[in-house]
Design a protein around this ligand. Structure first.
Ligand SMILES: Nc1ncnc2c1ncn2[C@@H]1O[C@H](COP(=O)(O)OP(=O)(O)OP(=O)(O)O)[C@@H](O)[C@H]1O
Ligand SMILES: [Mg+2]
Length: 364
């Protein structure tokens, strides 16, 4: 389950700057194949102190962190959904992503051109949201045409048709699908459309150095406008992030952050938020061959979690041996945990918790 996030925004707001420092993080720890998939897709490793700690204890041959793919597309402009500018042809590239990173310019700098002549993140946000909604409207309309005839005879098609029309009305009111008050069962009917405004979104306020800690007036406006929309607002300075990404060592980066009054980098914050927004958990496998992090959705049972490694693990699942992260690091090894009864044997109904160290027994 490769998690994918797509970056959208107006031109020249700092999308690629952000993308590049995410990709730099990749270059530092490039222990996975196919790093660069396409020029505009970057694979980054998910920083996780727990994985580092486990690797220190187990000393495996290989450490494999979680990865996220980031897709940087060209800036969108007004009319993009009708083919204006470059961005439209790339909107398709973010159809398959799990979440949207929407970059908003929240810094004053006369040297950096704004396509609309002034800094106004609320106007910018609306332009992009509208373009995404129009693109969705287009997708929905096409599907309506496709199912309309069938809807007269087929029950499922009829329900799909009804839901599509509800969704259409919502979009026509200038609203994003994620704010539509539909039961999950209804959403299932339109799942395969990959509607852009249905995806969870993180608004990234790209600020100047002076505003990374306390924010600024633009950030306040963005927060107020997002309101109770199912979304996260992050304050990040892409410029500072690119400076952080250039520092060689972990210590140097921590020092730099501390000087600014920050305890974690924006990139970290972004990844953590993506996990939260998407309800994701991490579990670990810790063998001498490999210590590895795996991504699952909150609520996954042991067999489902095993299925992330290989479908055979899920099909032939017998049981799981589970050690809590805190026990593992306190006691120092799997054997030490076993001796004091801290290795739990769990069956098919066990719901995996964040940080669990799992060992699956299965037969194929
Ligand atoms: N926080 C910031 N403060 C000051 N300047 C910034 C900041 N973030 C980005 N910039 C500058 O803004 C300019 C545009 O950045 P970038 O190329 O990343 O934009 P973009 O959104 O990718 O544009 P496009 O859509 O055209 O690809 C660059 O010169 C970059 O250095
Ligand atoms: Mg760019």
């Amino acid at each position: 389950m490769a998690l994918q996030c797509g970056i959208v925004g107006l031109p020249n707001v700092g999308k690629s700057t952000l993308f590049n420092c995410l990709s730099n993080a990749k270059a530092q720890a490039a222990n996975f194949p196919f790093c660069t998939i396409e020029p505009n897709i970057g694979v980054i490793t998910v920083p996780d102190d727990r994985l580092t700690k486990l690797a220190e204890l187990v000393k495996p041959n290989k450490v494999q962190p979680n990865t996220i793919e980031i897709v940087d597309i060209a800036g969108l402009v007004k009319g993009a959904s009708k083919g204006e500018g470059l961005g439209n042809q790339f909107l398709g590239n973010i159809r398959a992503t799990n979440a949207i990173i929407h970059v908003l310019r929240c810094f004053d700098d006369g040297n950096v051109i704004h396509v609309d002549g002034s800094v106004d993140p609320i106007r910018d946000k609306e332009i992009i949201d509208t373009e995404l909604q129009l693109k969705d409207l287009d997708t929905v309309d096409k599907r309506i045409q496709k199912v309309e005839k069938m809807a007269k005879t087929d029950k499922d098609a009829k329900r799909t048709f009804e839901i599509l029309n509800l969704v259409k009305a919502h979009l026509e009111n200038g609203k994003s699908i994620r704010t539509a008050n539909l039961p999950q069962d209804d959403f299932d009917y339109i799942e395969d459309l990959g509607l852009l405004t249905q995806k969870p979104v993180m608004y990234v306020c790209n600020v100047d150095e002076a505003s990374v800690v306390a924010g600024n007036k633009y950030v306040d406006l963005v927060k107020a406008s997002v309101g109770d929309e199912k979304a996260e607002v992050l304050v990040i300075s892409a410029k500072i992030e690119s400076e952080i990404a250039e520092l060689e060592s972990y210590e140097e980066r921590q020092e730099f952050l501390a000087d600014l009054g920050l305890d974690e980098s924006g990139v970290n914050k972004l990844i953590r938020t993506a996990y939260k927004l998407l309800n994701l958990y991490t579990y670990f496998t810790a063998g001498v061959q490999e210590v590895r992090a795996w991504t699952i959705t909150k609520g996954f049972t042991a067999p489902q979690a095993a299925g992330v490694i290989h479908t055979d693990f899920e099909k032939g699942f017998i049981r799981a041996e589970v050690i809590k992260y805190i026990d593992f690091v306190t006691l120092g090894s799997e054997n030490a945990c076993k001796e004091v009864g801290k290795l739990g044997v769990e069956g098919k109904t066990y719901v995996v918790e964040d940080g669990d160290i799992m060992h699956f027994r299965f037969n194929v």
